[in-house]
Design a protein around this ligand. Structure first.
Ligand SMILES: Cc1cc2nc3c(=O)[nH]c(=O)nc-3n(C[C@H](O)[C@H](O)[C@H](O)COP(=O)(O)OP(=O)(O)OC[C@H]3O[C@@H](n4cnc5c(N)ncnc54)[C@H](O)[C@@H]3O)c2cc1C
Length: 60
């Protein structure tokens, strides 16, 4: 449950932060662009969010 929630929240936070930077936030020269890309991968690796949902559902 925690991995699923944190992976989603990290994306939401990074997306809001990137928005603050405007167009610069999209440019790879800025660390926020890397953070945005890096926060996306936990929703896939070590069990995709959909797999986490399955595990949670099985435990109910
Ligand atoms: C940067 C990076 C580092 C990695 N490092 C490691 C490592 O060190 N060791 C290691 O073992 N692996 C590693 N991996 C592999 C990683 O664990 C897999 O990418 C991950 O398990 C997802 O498998 P997949 O890429 O085959 O995607 P798939 O299993 O094909 O999933 C693709 C999409 O299909 C959907 N999906 C999949 N299964 C279900 C389901 N049951 N129900 C509903 N929807 C589903 C989801 O939307 C999912 O995002 C790494 C991957 C990346 C990107």
């Amino acid at each position: 449950m925690a991995k699923y929630w944190v992976a989603d929240q990290a994306c939401i936070v990074a997306d809001r932060c990137l928005q603050l930077f405007g167009g610069y936030g999209y440019m790879k020269e800025y660390p926020i662009a890397h953070l945005f890309a890096d926060t996306r991968v936990p929703r896939i690796l070590a069990g995709a969010n959909e797999v986490m949902k399955e595990l949670v559902a099985r435990s109910l």
